[in-house]
Design a protein around this ligand. Sequence first.
Ligand code: ADP
Ligand code: ADP
Ligand code: MG
Length: 474
Amino acid sequence: MFHKILIANRGEIAVRIIRACRDLHIKSVAIYARADRDCLHVKMADESYEISDDPLKGYLDADLIIETALHAQVDAIHPGYGFLSENATFAKKVEEAGITWIGPDALTIAKMGDKNAAREIMQKNGIPIVPGTKPLNEYSTREIAKFAQKIGYPIILKASSGGGGRGIRVVEKEEDLLESFNACKREAMAFFKNDDVFMEKYVLNPRHIEFQILADNYGNVIHLLERDCSIQRRHQKLIEIAPSPLISDDLRRRMGATAVAAAKAAGYTNAGTVEFLLDDNNNFYFMEMNTRIQVEHGVTEEITGYDLIGRQIRIAQGEILDLTQHDIHAQGFAIEARINAEDVANDFVPNPGKITTYYPALGPFVRVDSCIYKDYVIPPFYDSMVAKLIVRASSYNLAVNKLARALSEFTIKGVKTTIPFLINICNDKDFRRGHFDTSYIESKLEQLMPTPQSKPEDDIVSVIVAALSARYGA
Ligand code: ADP
Ligand code: ADP
Ligand code: MG
């Protein structure tokens, strides 16, 4: 049994992991950069250590984190998502220090973290992959152009070790190929310190469908249904839905079985996600496997009733999975909206700053995973996502209604957020019908743009406060 876990992360996911630890009666240890000293995870953990005065370096310094973990005498490290969560060297060093890594082993992380190596493994095991190439860095411009002609335009260029929607370029025609290839290589080097870039056929009008996997250390592997993450902006997810409102039970069964086969082919343990692209004709292709907890894990928790972070910890502790595929059923539909502190009208640029009013949405089947509070100052150094709003209802339509209601109650002042944009998505006919693919946001951007509010004080908090003042003379 674990007694104490160090969380090598920050923000909402660190808070989420602290809660899971507390639910399991395990002590939690937070680490933080000085810029984060007021962040909720620092206040909530049983112990907190400032490990750096640089906003980012501390969260990326494997040796320093392990040193802190040894000092705090923890049994295990949970990496969350982003930062070092998919860093095989870190996972290896953690294990070598005699600390349990909450995730798959370092070798599996390395294999799946390289999109090319992963594609090769899947292909060998009969899992369908998108037609494509190996890394192209050694090839001449002419040879690269030939590959593209053979695959047929449009094609998509991807960084082998890419993630978070970065290092991706869609190319429509040959004239743009070389420039896009070089730009993709540069971005890959800047973000992932590896400029291997490969090419795939660009699947037209695809839906992004991913399956949540749980696998214990003894070969038991199940999936916990799918999430539809087609609502994306620049390859980054904005809204996630579980289960997908449009796929049939038969397709779900086939894709689920393939996801489990993919996890088995990878020798996978712990929680992970197999991402697929689904085309117009219901053909699906393996895209990548994420070897960590995903931002959008909450929607799966809400429909299945299983605590995925709790399960990650218990699997790492050596427990046998006491669930079989037959135990997994969806209770209605859950939708997550990512609330980012961004200026939507200004090309979604991050909008950090002080929160002057904070009133999260409440009510039945509404969940908020967040790390902000009134008077908190959002630092400018990190991801702009500040809250995840998750709702559940018996049908997809009712879930959309509930999301719209909860978003309109959710009040954050002091910084601009994506809330008005998300409300417009909820009110869009095609979104309500489940008619969307990954091009949805781009094709409707203008229509979804919020108009400047005429009476900004007309929000729910102001109305409540005004009503109370009138009644009690406060
Ligand atoms: P996906 O990467 O499939 O979109 P998530 O949305 O769960 O999955 O990504 C988790 C977060 O981690 C995102 O906020 C993203 O910015 C970050 N992230 C993911 N992969 C990487 C990576 N390889 N390097 C840096 N950050 C990453
Ligand atoms: P990341 O590691 O950054 O999450 P992915 O390989 O998962 O990268 O791709 C991110 C997104 O890019 C997908 O969710 C999808 O919208 C789009 N995409 C990726 N590959 C293709 C493809 N072959 N055809 C069409 N869209 C794609
Ligand atoms: Mg992905």
